[in-house]
Each structure stands twice: as C-alpha cells, then as structure tokens.
Write a new protein. Structure first.
Length: 134
C-alpha cells in the first residue's frame, strides 16, 4: 500500500506507525478490496464518545472507483456502531478527498496554517472537518 501515499507531500505516516497504532486502545482498521486485491484502508480511533479518522488511503489503480467513499462510509458505520457522537478528520488543503468528506456530511471546523511539510520543504495548510453521527 506504499503507493497509496503521494510522494510529493512527504506523508507523515510510515507503515511502522500505522501498525503501531493498531496496538492502541480504541483504534480500528477498515480494509477495502477490489478486483486486484487490497484497494485501500482507513485507520480510525475512538476516544470517549468521539472518533477520529486518522488516515484513509487508496491505491492509485483503485482511485475513481468509489473505494474512498466505501471506506469512509464504513468508518462512519463503525463509529455509529460504537455509539460515537461525532467524527473528526484533518486533511491537507487542496486534497481531492475534501469533496468526498463534504458529500458525506463533514463540515470544516478549523484550520492550521502551514501545518504540513512537503518533500521539498513547502508548507501546506491543514483543514479540520467534523460531522455528527446520528
């Protein structure tokens, strides 16, 4: 799944960090399969009565096939099953996934200017989104 991360942005998550998160309480992994096997994954966690989508990634070959939407809806369903009241996420400004998040009921609740660093040292804003879980 390394190819799911866009090298231009120097993503903060390494495979070891993803695996390490799975040993923490309240963390869950959602997998998506497509014709070619594993197409994407989402890593989420719950703290008290709220959840956070930590990471969602799809293989380049699976993009545009609804895999990201399926993963996000599965995370929302799991948050509901866990009786969480709200789900949060943070995304780099300009990320194409923002439109998906908005379609699924997320609204922008904050911004961190120049929060992310790209491989060439350029800065990207982080936008925080949240939605209630009915």
């Amino acid at each position: 799944m390394r190819e799911a991360f866009d090298a231009r942005f120097g993503e903060a998550w390494t495979p070891a960090q993803c695996l390490g998160m799975l040993s923490l309480p309240g963390v869950w992994l959602t997998l998506a399969e497509h014709d070619e096997g594993l197409a994407g994954f989402a890593l989420s966690r719950s703290v008290m009565d709220e959840g956070e989508l930590l990471l969602i990634a799809t293989r380049p070959a699976a993009r545009g096939r609804g895999v990201g939407g399926m993963l996000l809806r599965s995370v929302i369903d799991e948050a509901r099953r866990r009786t969480l009241s709200r789900l949060h996420l943070e995304v780099r400004a300009g990320n194409a996934a923002v439109e998906l998040y908005k379609r699924e009921g997320f609204a922008k609740v904050g911004e961190r200017p120049r929060y992310y660093r790209g491989r060439a040292g350029e800065a990207f804003d982080a936008h925080s989104y949240a939605r209630t879980i009915p």
